[in-house]
Design a protein around this ligand. Sequence first.
Ligand code: GLN
Length: 380
Amino acid sequence: MQFTSKLPEVGVTIFTKMSQMANEHKAINLAQGFPDFPVSPELIDRVHHYMKEGKNQYAPMSGVPELRNVIAEKTERCYGYKPHVDDEITITCGAIEGIYSAIATLVQNGDEVIIMDPAYDAYEPIINLHGGKAIGISLKQPDYSIDWNEVKKNINDRTRMIVINSPHNPSGAIISAEDLRMLEEVTVGTNIFVLSDEVYEHIVFDGEAHESVLKSESLRQRSVVSSSFGKTFHTTGWRMGYLVAPPDLTKEIRKVHQYNAFTIHTPTQYALADYLKTPAHYEDVAPMYQAKRDYFLSVMKGSRFKPVSSKGTYFQLMDYSAISDMHDVGFAEWLTKEVGVAAIPMSVFYQNGQDNKVLRFCFAKGEETLQAAAEKLCAI
Ligand code: GLN
């Protein structure tokens, strides 16, 4: 049998690869982004409660109304805009199914999609699967900010979408109110949609605000916003996310979603609806991770790694150029096998694979884990 790969350039993701390598070599896994501490017992009790109560069959295709209701209230509380409960909110299987469905809905053969470079590894293959082309705009050094002049220069009549991601994975950079203004400027009066990946919206540090595109009236008319309960409530294995988009767009996205995930885990939706009613449950997440970032930085002080400022997400970039001139993929493998700490090489997030001698470390871990990792890293 012969067949043609639709993604000939793609293997397993770097996250899968590094987690496997970490397991094989019994290394501390600061590579793939996932928390290692317990989920709120109250939230787990609510899931159990609804399972026992019999909420075990298909949920409505768009999500249970109770959950969409509290999402609407939370969005208004956070960003001053209340999305319509029935027409603008869709519960998705993790954030990635929402992102996939949005790209599948909007990107046609020959379309161009502007992404930031470096970018989360999923966007480009999904764009390619739908016949589109990802146009990477280099983020500016040293703070990974967006070069709006470059964005403008790359807009033409084939540009269908701009993907933004704040807080940004892998860099930990965040966008400002001025960036939102620039995004308005480059999109108003065009047919360009915005896909705004805001999965780390509740993990922003040092008193900064998360600048959601939902804060802007003109942007939210052309935007699909992706959110993640996995990131906010450290339940990445539950695969719970949602999209907010205007009604006409939501209608089309649901046509894809209904033949893809169809519906999402019912008892967990009811449980999240209860849990979200207490704002502290999502408002306390940023200080908790800020303390972890600061702890990780403090135990890494004696090392030869140089930290790059992390303003959000649960990732910390570290420059290792004072230690080695090895390529970052090789260095990450060496670190996993010989030092016993796994991290993600940054080059995999660049379209041209550029190697700046920087690794991404995930600090969503207990203090003992971070300390044990830092001891090994400081000994290099
Ligand atoms: N979002 C996670 C990260 O950046 C990875 C998720 C996955 O493994 N696909 O590490």
